[in-house]
Design a protein around this ligand. Sequence first.
Ligand SMILES: C[S@@+](CC[C@H](N)C(=O)[O-])C[C@H]1O[C@@H](n2cnc3c(N)ncnc32)[C@H](O)[C@@H]1O
Length: 308
Amino acid sequence: MQERNKQYKSWGGEWTEQKLDTFVSYVQAYLKIMNTYRDKFGWKILYFDGFAGSGSRSIDDQKQEAEKFLDIFGKETVDTAELSVYKGAAERVVQLEQKMRGFDYYYFIDMHNENCTKLKSKLDTYPTEGCKVFRSENANDMIRQLAEAMDKDNKLKALVFLDPFGMQIDWASIKALASKSVDLWVLLPTGVIINRLLKRDGILMYPEKLERFFGMSKDEIKKRFYERKVDWNLFTEVDEKYVKVSNSITKIAELFCERMGELFNYVTDKPLVLKNDNNVSIYHLVCASENKVAVKIAQDIIKKRQKY
Ligand SMILES: C[S@@+](CC[C@H](N)C(=O)[O-])C[C@H]1O[C@@H](n2cnc3c(N)ncnc32)[C@H](O)[C@@H]1O
């Protein structure tokens, strides 16, 4: 058991570190630029973390979260270690105030009240100029409220981090943030979940989840990931089968980036690929913005941290 826990830690440690290091480097670059202009233009800068977690790095917490996904795949087909993510983005972002001027507002959302309470008591130990708000809500509802607030106040600029374990982000939420002063970072469960929902034989598991995630119909999704093959017996169609595309995990990330590109002016065309210890891509981290420089900086940061 101890050996297994060690595995969780060392395995989860490497790619979550890569993810957080990439994201937090961007937050730092974002603040540096915003700090140059915010007073001159009267901007208010907001940090929005839609899946903030509890701030805890306990192995038990990680396993408890990961277990929730097992009902989708069953114990045989998913390694809980792949889903284990230690908690840390919120703490790292507020800590930046120790070396630079930070955000005017910090919004930390987690649908579990207990996580919000734990995170609050942890982050209260870091005094910040900016006002910290903790809300136990569904991130999708809060994103809609953020988008409405930004529509009313064009001085409001937001950096949004959406870092869920699974497919909790609705396409409608991504859409709500488009055409706003938002730099958006999204973690996509490309290999760990989505690829597994696209079965080899052309069957889509949980098609309604896939539709909500991509904002596409299941037929459109199917067309992107399968080739229809028909065997002919002289003139009659005898058998029809669907063959899954090769390199499907990369293609999932590409499709999501392509969809984001329909809403945002700029999207990182080479997202950060996060791999497990079997060298399988499990997540992709992508950034989108209306601002060209923002995405160029994001892409440069990703490039430096991409290990493969
Ligand atoms: C991967 S963890 C967050 C890790 C965190 N970003 C960090 O670096 O510390 C995902 C969190 O999202 C929360 N969550 C899951 N679905 C949610 C939803 N629809 N809205 C808000 N929070 C949600 C879970 O309770 C969990 O704490």
